[in-house]
Design a protein around this ligand. Structure first.
Ligand SMILES: NC(=O)c1ccc[n+]([C@@H]2O[C@H](COP(=O)([O-])OP(=O)(O)OC[C@H]3O[C@@H](n4cnc5c(N)ncnc54)[C@H](O)[C@@H]3O)[C@@H](O)[C@H]2O)c1
Length: 257
């Protein structure tokens, strides 16, 4: 990819954001990571923005983007990876404070950062933005606010792509399937999630690795995807393709090698 410019990665201290920032930095790209709980990425040249950066705070987002550009130069690529998982609940037990938290961080936060950076990119007539949505935004599940927020990210991705297409700013989304981040591993370790149940519906019968999502994001940031805007690219080991097969008796098992 072209390594000119500067990529800003939100939620860059952990998980998919960290994997993306690491891959970009390893390829020689200048990267700044921001996070609500900022921690450096050991062993990479990714630059840590040391102040806590809450994507749900309009004041933090507005001032933070201006300060980052003043310190490090124009942002040419943006990865919106900051997010929180949805709490799994029966519908009667969904607490609206929890609903507001998930929507504020996952949807409203993604919009605010995309708008703050995208308006600057549009004025400079170039840039690429990748929003991290989820297969949860394309399917249903007992994570009511999260699925709605992630579907909203897929929608705003299209709208922003249309908004800025004529001024050279591309906006795309990736939708990871269940991805083996520390948070997911913690859910498995606590017994809240079952690795077998998470893996089995996917065509490839496995979880996605963070670096696999990172590779798709890096492609969507790069000139190699210069004709692509407004899409939502699932990186899901075939979760969407395979998830309806249970109704027909299940996916075929691989024969013994
Ligand atoms: N892991 C999965 O299975 C999976 C699947 C689909 C989508 N996603 C999405 O990928 C994105 C990254 O998730 P992850 O799995 O890497 O999780 P993670 O918890 O490992 O990383 C998320 C990062 O975002 C930061 N963050 C949380 N709230 C923030 C806020 N208000 N402002 C700034 N930073 C904040 C966290 O501190 C953390 O560093 C999220 O949007 C998540 O919904 C994850």
């Amino acid at each position: 990819m072209s390594t000119d410019g500067l990529v800003l990665v939100t939620g860059g201290s952990r998980g998919i954001g960290a994997a993306t920032a690491t891959l970009l930095a390893d390829q020689g790209q200048r990267v700044v990571i921001v996070d609500i709980a900022p921690e450096p990425l050991v062993g990479t040249d990714a630059i840590l923005w040391p102040a806590p950066f809450d994507v749900a705070s309009e004041a933090t987002v507005t001032a933070g983007i201006a300060d980052i550009e003043a310190a490090h130069g124009p942002i040419t690529g943006l990865v919106n990876a900051a997010g929180v998982f949805g709490k799994m609940h029966r519908i009667e037990r969904v607490r609206m404070e929890q609903w507001d938290r998930e929507v504020n961080i996952d949807l409203r936060g993604t919009f605010m950062v995309a708008r703050g950076v995208g308006v600057r990119m549009a004025a400079r007539r170039s840039g690429a933005i990748v929003n991290v949505a989820s297969v949860a935004g394309m399917t249903s599940g007992p994570i009511h606010a999260y699925t709605a927020a992630k579907a909203g990210i897929i929608q705003i991705t299209q709208t922003l792509a249309a908004e800025w297409g004529r001024v050279g700013v591309r906006v795309n989304a990736v939708s990871p399937g269940f991805t083996r981040t520390a948070m997911l591993e913690a859910g498995i370790a606590s017994g809240a999630l079952d690795k077998e149940l998470l893996s089995r519906p996917s065509a490839m019968n496995r979880l996605v690795e963070p670096f696999e999502v990172a590779q798709a994001i890096v492609w969507l940031l790069s000139p190699k995807s210069s004709g692509v805007t407004g899409i939502n690219l699932p990186v899901d080991a075939g979760f969407i393709a395979g998830s309806t097969w249970a109704a027909y008796g299940g996916l075929p098992e691989a024969p013994e090698a």
